[in-house]
Design a protein around this ligand. Structure first.
Ligand SMILES: [Zn+2]
Ligand SMILES: [Zn+2]
Length: 370
């Protein structure tokens, strides 16, 4: 039996990838979930693979309070998705059936101090589902499936002229925007360095340029990605295999240094290098981190009054601001979309992203168009 709401026929069950043990994903039939108050059912049209998905599939879910094991046997990962609203929960009037939406990851619990401050990606009840916490693909089911539930506070409208693939990049841009926000956000005319041309770094270049930062400088090791950075708005790119990044930044800024560094490389010495790129009183935001603890020259940070921030995800509705810039075509996010696979090919999509096969940057899983 299937139920019909307006134009959409919603089946009772759906195809969904679920996590077993480490690195074990299987495609199963699972009930289509029911939206509750302030929630909608989203038919997933496209989802991008993120490095964090790969971590979750290997190491389990972060901060699961009520489940015990980080490997929840029926859990569906995936968080960078977009789709169509096909069913409304009670009280929902913010969206209509048929709306195209991209999603933020974190709904938060809505009741803790951090959620009240807009820092819902750092919810104090993270993973505590009874208290209402939701984070798609982290503590609640995500988007490697045909349908998913979303809170109305985690959705952004997608304009008609934006492709499904591009819309999956909205939340990545939102993370870059959040990083610039926490450093002060008013960056027009101010110099910014982005370290590392991964997806967040490249979107960081696009967002910083769109906000008027000048110059925008990108560092990295791979020529193709640095080229992409230029097309996204970098005024200067530094190939760190050919040139010392700190010296290059000092050369470009004529020894003045920059005001902001957005660190997206996770390189072990990145914070020390960032400290020598910013001027006194400058700001550094860490959006990536090395796998192991690393030595940091704290005396240099303190003596130079350098501020260091860490961000998790896409807080303070930054996703809405990033989506607005993308809707206005202020930068071309789709440049970083490199590969597309179908829902049955999720393991291949993950393999491409994990091993960067054919220099994959953003690998998108696209559902058949209906
Ligand atoms: Zn992600
Ligand atoms: Zn909270």
């Amino acid at each position: 039996m299937a139920s019909t709401t307006n134009a959409f026929t919603i089946p009772k069950t759906m195809k969904a990838w679920v996590l077993g043990g480490p690195d074990e994903l299987s495609l199963v039939e699972k009930p289509v979930p029911e939206p509750g108050r302030a929630e909608v059912l989203v038919r997933i049209d496209a989802i991008a693979v993120c490095a964090t998905d790969i971590e979750i599939i290997k190491h389990g879910l972060p901060a699961i309070i009520d489940g015990g094991s980080p490997f929840n046997k029926n859990f569906t990962p995936g968080h960078e998705y977009m789709g169509t609203v096909v069913k409304l929960g009670p009280t929902v009037d913010e969206y209509e059936i048929g709306d195209r939406v991209a999603v933020e990851v974190h709904a938060g619990c809505g009741r803790c101090l951090r959620c009240r401050e807009g820092m819902y990606t750092s919810c104090l009840n993270y993973g505590y589902r009874e208290k209402g916490h939701r984070a798609n693909g982290f503590s609640t089911d995500g988007g490697f499936a045909e349908y998913a539930i979303n809170s109305v506070n985690t959705m952004v409208h997608v304009p008609d002229d934006m492709s499904d693939e591009e819309a999956t990049l909205i939340v990545t841009s939102g993370t870059a925007m959040y990083g610039l926000d926490v450093m002060g956000g008013i960056i027009a005319g101010e110099p910014v360095v982005v370290l590392g041309p991964g997806p967040i770094g490249l979107m960081g270049v696009g967002v910083a340029k769109a906000l008027g930062a000048s110059p925008v400088i990108l560092t990295g090791t791979r020529e193709r990605r640095l080229e992409m950075g230029k097309r996204l708005g970098a005024d200067h790119v530094i190939d760190v295999t050919k040139e010392d990044a700190v010296e290059a930044v000092q050369r470009i800024t004529r020894g003045k240094g920059v005001h902001y560094v957005l660190e997206c490389s996770g390189a072990p010495n990145a914070l020390n290098e960032a400290a020598r790129m910013v001027n006194r009183g400058g700001r550094i935001c860490l959006a990536a981190f090395p796998a192991e603890p690393v030595p940091v020259d704290l005396a240099y940070l303190v003596r130079n009054n350098i501020y260091v921030f860490g961000i998790r995800g896409e807080g303070k509705s930054a996703t809405h601001r990033a989506a607005a810039l993308m809707a206005q075509k202020r930068f071309d996010a789709k440049l970083i979309h490199t590969h597309t696979f179908g829902l049955a090919e999720v393991p291949t999509a993950i393999k491409y992203a994990r091993e960067r096969i054919e220099d994959a940057i953003k690998v998108v899983v696209k559902m058949p168009s209906t």
